[in-house]
Design a protein around this ligand. Structure first.
Ligand SMILES: Cc1ncc(COP(=O)(O)O)c(C=O)c1O
Length: 397
């Protein structure tokens, strides 16, 4: 994928704002949304806010017609600030406190996910106000991040739970699954869809929703299937879903990952055991937190050319775990040179910290549709302490 900033624009941003920077391109976000939409026609999207909880992302996706997948009061508050219609939200955390349920209901979100009997019981007192999705576990063996070990009932428990819900007067309206994030192949999605069709056709309660989760991959390594090819077997499998079932998905990574790049600077350089170590001003406690939590490896480059050699790229904190790459090939760098990482939007800034009291990267938002913001709300209306907020909104073409 072509970088959304030229090298000259990257240098200009660093000169103007310093480093480390995160740059979010709303035009790229829009392209990602549209390409997933065309790969999965007829599927309604609920963006998984946790992937990159940011106002410009919510604003852009809301304008494109996306709904939102929420899992906490913080995420509810963030979409509330954007006047997102609660009917376009689903609460997907399978394990909730009673207060979590009340907070979501107070907002107006009435679709929740459960995956076990204890969770079902929590909805007895709200049974007239909710429709539940039963999350079923299908473990995708090719996913980078397994999300079906911690959550989801076994497929052979599903009919029993649906029946128990009926006995309690609670409406289970459909099924959901998440085969794992960054799936290498669509096989797990296809398999899960087939199992869900079986459950839907044998359930004594009519179900009207199938939520196929996330897991749609992005191209970190240059070897990932393009989204249309990845989704082709999923489209085929979805043809067998009965026509009266609404099909929805909760994409996170695919929408935001390519829309963000980071710009950091070399702040130190040392020779250790015959290898050059470069220390930059962002690391695994910062925007590169996904190296640890998300098992992701990001495409990293510099603006320099010349002979490349193997080196270590380390972050700015005092902790020895703060190493971004142990063996990366880069041209010879000097203090002050810029290091660029692409595909940095998913589960990066969202899980960053300010360990060592180091400031997190500054977010620069480009190509956001500001007309819409002006006509609906001002930046001052928006909550100031939401997680990833920009200092600057620029239009770069
Ligand atoms: C419930 C749920 N839905 C959706 C997502 C987004 O998944 P992805 O980023 O793979 O699209 C996640 C990721 O953790 C999740 O837990």
């Amino acid at each position: 994928m072509k970088p959304f900033l030229t090298d000259a624009q990257i240098q200009q941003l660093a000169d103007q704002h310093g480093s480390p920077l995160l740059v979010l391109d709303c035009a790229c976000l829009e392209d990602q949304y549209k390409s997933l939409k065309s790969a999965l026609p007829g599927v309604d999207f609920f963006y998984a806010v946790k992937a990159f909880p940011n106002d410009a992302v919510i604003n852009t996706l809301k304008q494109l017609g996306s709904g939102f997948d929420l899992a906490s009061l913080g995420e509810i508050e963030q979409v509330r600030q954007h006047r997102v219609n609660p009917r376009n939200t689903i609460h997907t955390h399978p394990i909730k406190k009673d207060k979590d349920i009340r907070d979501a209901l107070r907002f107006g979100c009435t679709t929740f996910v459960i995956d076990n009997i204890e969770e079902l019981k929590k909805f007895r007192k709200y049974r007239h106000r909710v429709g539940l999705l039963l999350r079923v576990s299908f473990r995708g063996t090719t996913a980078k991040v397994d999300l079906s070990r911690k959550f989801g009932c076994a497929a052979d428990e599903a009919l029993h739970l649906i029946h128990r819900a009926k006995q309690m007067g609670i409406h289970i309206k459909g099924l959901s699954f998440h085969v794992g994030s960054q799936s290498a192949t669509p096989d797990a999605h296809v398999d899960a869809i087939k199992h869900c069709i079986d459950i839907i056709s044998t359930s004594d309660v009519p179900l009207n929703t199938l939520d196929i989760g996330g897991g749609f991959p992005v191209n970190y390594d240059g070897n990932t299937l393009d989204i249309d090819t990845f989704c082709a077997p999923i489209r085929e499998a979805l043809k067998s879903v009965p026509n009266d079932i609404n099909i929805i998905a909760e994409p996170g990574r695919f929408l935001v990952a390519p829309a963000v790049m980071t710009i950091s600077s070399v702040v130190g350089k040392a020779q250790r055991s015959g290898t050059t170590w470069y220390y930059i001003d962002d690391g695994v406690y910062g925007s590169f937190s996904g190296r640890i939590y998300d098992h992701a490896q990001y495409p990293i480059r510099t603006l320099k050319t010349g002979n490349e050699q193997s080196c270590v790229l380390a972050g700015p904190t005092c902790d020895s775990i703060d190493v971004i790459e142990e063996d990366i090939t880069l041209p010879e760098l000097e203090v002050g040179d810029l290091v660029i990482a692409e595909m940095m939007g998913a589960y990066t800034a969202a899980t960053s910290t300010d360990f060592n009291s180091l400031e997190r990267a500054t977010l620069i938002v480009i190509n956001e549709n500001q007309e819409h913001i002006k006509s609906n709300s001002t930046r001052d209306d928006l909550q100031q302490d939401t997680i990833i907020q920009p200092v600057t909104i620029l239009n770069i073409h």
